[in-house]
Ligand binder design. Structure first.
Ligand SMILES: NC(=O)c1ccc[n+]([C@@H]2O[C@H](COP(=O)([O-])OP(=O)(O)OC[C@H]3O[C@@H](n4cnc5c(N)ncnc54)[C@H](O)[C@@H]3O)[C@@H](O)[C@H]2O)c1
Length: 423
């Protein structure tokens, strides 16, 4: 089978390599000439993606995977076209679909009669049918008669995309009468994955947004409970462990917010347009307030932050993944600076240049003598730090650190919704 993957980024490239590894001929299409050249050399541009280096090298070596900037030319030979171009929110919080529209226009110019087009990128409900399918007709083919369209969200975690591609059921929903059936057959055959076929693209779109908003609201609830725990000086970790011992309670972990491409973005798709969700908006505002809340707690504990030396560790949005998209580390920087602190940033996965791009002054070596160390993304590399020499107060922004170990070396510990160690 000839398959085109449009957008060979964090999701599209592992998907393309996986399909190529199962023997299909795959064209990876991207507007980035640099990305295309790198892939065609068999070099992995996403080294923190588990298993991708070998898979990509083999896929390119066997000739099963070729990357190109010529999308229209590539799709002319393809029976199936998968879209994995990213959609983010713009400055007003609305979905910015322009990259996906441009990709759909490119595909329309080359689309082969009989092709199946599947949108894997998470979208506001109704976008596949109303906005994207009509754009695919731009080359003269008619939806339903000449080609089919379906929506099928990716349900993956960065860093383990290859594993997750076949781990969870692939949800599909069609736009035209045959779109759903064709997409279901494609994913069963091409990936050997279990498929959950829904009755429409809209149902599939809403299912993906439901997963995202569930997690965002759950974290918002955990954050509110953490703030109550602070009032009563109880430890929210203990509380959540107890509550979750009953099978109907699945409270997540509180922290200074939610970052990345997905969880902070998808609730906004439910806030805009028809059927706006009040809860989605509320959850966003609760989570967005957490960096300020944590900075205020530190300020109160220290009797002010003016002139205090603060270092923020782990600037990526998640531990051990070098992605800074919507990272809350920049919100922490803003909040600590607003209170007069002198803030440095450190990330074991980023260059000094990468640290600067986020607005931080890179922390000079040795990492010692700070008043406060805030651990945002707790990369494995930080496990070896001697907290006692780094800072007298360690703020665990994601409740991910070993409190006892920090206290054992004589540093104070402060988590989110967890009592501060005595002075
Ligand atoms: N990253 C995740 O963890 C994750 C998880 C689940 C689902 N998703 C979904 O996957 C989508 C893609 O995410 P990603 O992390 O792979 O994004 P990414 O930014 O890493 O990759 C997108 C790629 O698309 C390319 N591109 C942009 N415009 C194009 C065009 N007109 N034609 C061809 N290529 C174009 C970019 O150059 C880039 O390489 C997200 O929007 C999201 O809906 C992401």
């Amino acid at each position: 089978m000839n398959i085109a993957v449009i957008g060979i980024g964090r999701i599209g490239l592992p998907l393309a390599a996986k399909l190529a590894a199962t023997g299909h001929t795959v064209f990876g299409c991207d507007i980035s000439a640099e990305r295309v050249e790198q892939v065609n050399r068999g070099e992995n541009p996403i080294p923190d993606e588990a298993g991708l280096t070998d898979l990509l090298r083999d896929a390119v070596r066997t000739g099963n995977l070729r990357a190109t900037t010529s999308t229209a030319g590539a799709v002319a030979d393809c029976d199936t076209v998968l879209f994995t171009v990213a959609v983010d929110v713009d400055a007003t919080g609305r979905a910015d679909l322009n990259s996906l529209f441009a990709a759909a226009a490119d595909v329309a110019r080359g689309l082969k009669p009989g092709a199946l087009c599947v949108f894997d990128t998470t979208l506001p409900v109704g976008t596949t049918r109303r906005e994207l399918a009509p754009r695919l007709e731009g080359g003269g083919l008619r939806l339903g008669r000449d080609f089919s369209v379906a929506f099928s969200p990716e349900r993956l975690l960065m860093g383990r995309v290859i594993e997750d591609l076949v781990k969870y059921p692939k949800i599909v929903g069609g736009v035209d009468a045959r779109g759903g059936d064709r997409a279901a057959s494609f994913f069963r055959e091409a990936l050997g994955v279990e498929v959950l076929q829904l009755s429409s693209a809209e149902a599939a779109e809403l299912s993906k947004l439901s997963e995202g908003v569930y997690r965002d609201l759950n974290i918002a609830l955990a954050n509110e409970l953490a703030r109550v725990a602070d009032v009563f000086e109880v430890d929210i970790s203990e509380v959540i462990r107890a509550a979750n011992s009953q099978p109907y309670c699945h409270l997540h972990v509180p922290g200074t917010g939610v970052g990345g491409h997905c969880i902070p973005v998808y609730p906004r798709f439910l806030i805009q347009g028809e059927g706006p969700s009040q809860l989605a908006a509320l959850g966003r505002s609760v989570n967005d307030a957490m960096p300020g809340y944590v900075a205020t707690r530190v300020e109160e504990l220290l009797g002010g932050l003016a002139g205090k030396r603060v270092v923020i560790f782990g600037l990526t949005f998640r531990p051990d993944v070098a992605v800074t998209h919507h990272t809350n580390a920049v919100d922490l920087l803003r909040e600590f600076r607003a209170r007069g602190a002198v803030v440095h940033g450190h990330d074991a996965l980023l260059s000094d240049e990468g640290v600067r791009e986020l607005g931080f002054d890179p922390a000079p070596e040795p990492l010692q003598g700070y008043d406060v160390a805030v651990v945002h993304a707790s990369h494995r590399a930080y496990r070896a730090l001697d907290w006692r020499t780094v800072a007298s107060l360690v703020v665990d922004a994601r409740n991910a650190l070993d409190r006892e170990a920090i206290e054992a070396v004589g540093a104070r510990y402060m988590g989110v919704g967890r009592p501060v160690s005595p002075d």
